[in-house]
Design a protein around this ligand. Structure first.
Ligand SMILES: [Zn+2]
Ligand SMILES: [Zn+2]
Length: 443
């Protein structure tokens, strides 16, 4: 990158020696004696003191220099700002400090025409990426450019931050960018092969996690680049066989995160994590079947899914009345019915979201048919509550075995017979049995 710091012996005792070692007092004394010392640059890249401090994570020096009212957007030879270098090297405290001091997040360097967001994504520093995106919400950028446009900002080669994160196998950054509105099917200009989508680039990089993430956000396995190749072809060419198995257009479609639904975009962080985990698990189950046919075994996959099964077996919290397999973790508003994250997700993903359609009809609660307006985390009983529940005076069944039901045949009549409506948000079991003799949609 040409960012290596030149630390010649001459510089050891000078400005850059003090900056490199974080010697704030010596630095301030030097500036007092001769303010023009701050105009010195280091090496061929013409790095300023602020560049060097930011890329080395010398937060105390960065603060001191900014206090001396040094321009936070000072440029090096490649028109890179200190913020770009801090994002490149993952120096989160310097990123935050520079943004606080008013550093412009919308500057392009002359090397690749990239912004600080591109660099954070390329080098996989998700904390820096997140800080820059948060800043984009509150700085003039959102007024002048619009946040969505900033997230999808293109570099000199036509690559968005999502393209770079996918190519460099940075699944965390891929996730944050998609969650912030990055376009999953955007094609590049000159970066990679002409017309590559993030999925092509993830296939090239061979990151299973990135491929999974992109598919879960609706990336199209059929989209071709300008040489007519689909991502599957790219993965095969580079011998990423596990990625290729998921990218094979003839294999089963994964579940796609229902982002167009209003209540999904309004989820609180806790409920969101539950649903995201459920989506991942559901897709991994599908993967397991797909990957059985390949020569690879995926121990990580088995351990994750296996561990979760054990956890649900061990706890004695109310089981979901739809699948009788998972625990009730999500409460539907306004009606208050509860179900597991897997079932609510299956309900929301039932109609594959169409990104071109302006509005998607919200799903209804399978118990009472009222429109879902919000999802929250269901309150889980503490262990104290559980002991109470198991006292002799309270003998109602707390768990139901899924073996009692064949999949897809559950109806409310059989459910109410099981006495499993204890947690349906204050609605009496009798009332539900009376008005709900409908068969539940199989999610
Ligand atoms: Zn369920
Ligand atoms: Zn309901």
């Amino acid at each position: 990158m040409g960012q290596a710091l030149s630390c010649g012996e001459r510089e050891e005792s000078g400005l850059f020696g003090a900056v490199g070692k974080g010697e704030v007092e010596r630095l301030e004394a030097m500036v007092d004696a001769d303010p023009s010392v701050l105009e010195e640059t280091s090496g061929y890249g013409r790095l300023s003191a602020l560049h060097v401090a930011a890329s080395n994570g010398r937060i105390e020096v960065v603060s001191a220099l900014l206090d001396l009212s040094l321009n936070p957007d000072i440029l090096n030879r490649y028109k890179q700002t200190p913020l770009m270098l801090a994002a490149m090297h993952g120096k989160i405290s310097c990123v935050q400090k520079l943004i606080q001091a008013g550093a412009n997040i919308l500057m392009f360097d002359s090397l690749h025409g990239r912004t600080c967001l591109h660099y954070a994504a390329y080098y996989g520093h998700s904390d820096c990426l997140q800080a820059i995106l948060s800043a984009a919400h509150s700085t003039p950028v959102s007024d002048s450019w619009g946040f969505a446009r900033f997230v999808n900002i293109r570099d000199g080669g036509g690559a968005t931050p999502l393209h770079l994160a996918a190519r460099q196998s940075r699944p965390e950054c891929v996730h944050i960018l998609l969650d912030s509105g990055a376009l999953v099917c955007a094609s590049t200009g000159g970066y990679g092969y002409l017309g590559s989508t993030p999925l092509h680039l993830a296939a090239r990089g061979g990151s299973l996690e990135c491929v999974r993430e992109l598919l879960a956000w609706g990336a199209d396995r059929h989209q071709v680049d300008s040489s007519g190749r689909i991502p599957y072809t790219v993965a095969l060419k580079h011998k990423h066989r596990v990625c290729a198995a998921l990218l094979d257009p003839s294999s089963a479609e994964p579940l796609v995160w229902p982002s167009p639904l209003k209540f999904i975009s309004e989820l609180n962080p806790e409920a969101k994590t539950l649903l995201e985990t459920a989506l991942k698990e559901a897709n991994m189950e599908r993967e397991k079947a797909l990957l059985k046919e390949t020569v690879y075994s995926l121990p990580s996959l088995d351990s994750i899914v296996g561990a979760d099964d054990t956890a649900s077996e061990a706890s004695d919290v109310e089981l979901c009345c739809i699948c009788f397999d998972q625990l009730c973790t999500i409460e539907v508003r306004p009606c208050g019915h509860q179900m597991c994250a897997h079932c609510i997700l299956a309900l929301c993903c039932h109609k594959k979201p169409n990104p071109t359609a302006a509005c998607t009809t919200a799903p209804v609660c399978p118990f009472c048919r009222s429109s879902i307006t919000q999802l929250v985390v269901a309150e889980i009983e503490t262990s104290n509550d559980l002991e109470l529940e198991f006292s002799p005076s309270n003998s109602k069944p707390r768990r139901s075995r899924k073996s009692n039901f064949s999949e897809g045949s559950s109806s409310f009549k059989s459910l109410s017979a099981m006495g499993s409506f204890t947690r349906l948000g204050g609605i009496s079991p009798g009332k539900i049995a009376a008005e709900c003799n409908v068969v539940i949609d199989k999610p």
